[in-house]
Design a binder for this molecule. Structure first.
Ligand code: 3PG
Length: 320
């Protein structure tokens, strides 16, 4: 196949694809507009956060396969792909540990005010008195919203920190998913309101989808207990950022976010997010999946997806 890789991707995985007989072009700096023309003549495109619009899909008749080197497919017009008989696949679970590690890192950073400690020291200020205040994590209750591969990895790490984990009970869980909850000693509560009412820390791990967009709005935030820590390493769209900012001071919330509703893509940009700039918020640059280990695992899975497709089999298909 002729494969266009339109995002960062490891060299050795590119070589592996070439060795398997594919013609690979590497263009990591392409953006959504650039992709419309750049895709001409390619049967397969590999992307991370680069947007794949309906226009790009419709304009390229040769396109057969879109591979998302990661989990979230909100940047790909999956409906347009289906309409044009283009298969969309992803690499679920392959970066779950990396995202969970960041979620734990944000919890610790918030509890100990690590970024502010560092900022003071870099500014030549020693202020042990100011920063010698932390609540501690042991014995707190962690509410995990979205208990897939990432939620489970967070629960595993939370257990080592002595956190009690709760999640929302929902119908339709497979036997394996129920077993995983039991193994990880996770308690279930009937709904999000109940979770918000008991959790000291709430960590979100749901995909961006019509049902999750804006799911955390004014109504639910009314149930958040004062002093709660909120961690979002999933997608910015799931939280009504304006509503969160309205309560963050009054409720003494501490927030750790890796994702934003209007975040720029890869690379450098200006970004004036009121959420990211708020002093009670520690933000990172959507780096949850960006460990070498995770990117290696993701790249291996991308190669497996492409090789399966080339031999007539579809692996990890994402349906709209
Ligand atoms: C994902 O959806 O896999 C993660 O959010 C990582 O996204 P990225 O590959 O754009 O960093």
């Amino acid at each position: 196949m002729r494969i266009l890789i339109a995002d960062k991707f490891p060299d050795d995985a590119i070589e592996e694809l070439r060795a398997a007989g594919h013609e690979v072009e590497f263009a990591p700096d392409l953006d959504a507009e650039g992709l419309v023309a750049a895709l001409a003549g390619f049967q397969c495109v590999v992307v991370r956060g680069t947007r794949l619009t309906a226009a790009a899909i419709r304009a390229n008749d040769d396109l057969e396969l879109i591979v998302r080197a990661g989990a979230g497919t909100n940047t790909i017009d999956v409906a347009a792909a289906a309409m044009n008989s283009v298969v969309v696949c992803n690499t679920p679970g392959k970066n779950a540990v990396a995202v969970a590690e960041l979620a734990m890192g944000l919890m610790l950073a918030i509890d100990r005010n690590i970024p502010d400690n560092v900022a003071d020291l870099r500014g030549g200020i020693w202020n042990k008195k100011r920063w010698s205040r932390a609540r501690g994590l042991k014995g707190r209750t962690l509410g995990i919203v979205g208990f897939g591969d990432i939620g489970a990895e967070v629960a595993r790490r939370a257990a080592a920190f002595g956190l009690a984990v709760v999640t929302v009970d929902r119908s339709g869980r497979s036997e394996a998913a129920l077993q995983r909850l039991a193994q990880l000693d996770v308690t279930t509560v009937p709904d999000l309101e109940s979770l918000f009412a008991v959790a000291d820390i709430i960590s979100f791990h749901v995909p961006s989808a019509p049902g999750t967009a804006g799911m955390i709005g004014r109504e639910l935030l009314a149930h958040v207990r004062p002093g709660t820590m909120i961690i979002n390493t999933s997608r910015g769209e799931i939280i009504d950022e304006e509503a969160l900012l309205e309560v963050v001071d009054d409720k003494d919330l501490r927030v750790g976010v890796d994702v934003y509703s209007d975040e720029p893509g890869a690379g450098e940009n200006t970004f004036n997010s009121p959420l990211a700039r708020h002093p009670r918020v520690y933000g990172t640059h959507h780096i949850g999946a960006s460990t070498e280990q995770a990117q290696r695992a993701v790249a291996e899975e991308v190669v497996a997806v492409i090789q399966s497709f080339a031999s007539g089999q579809v692996r990890n298909q994402v349906l709209g």
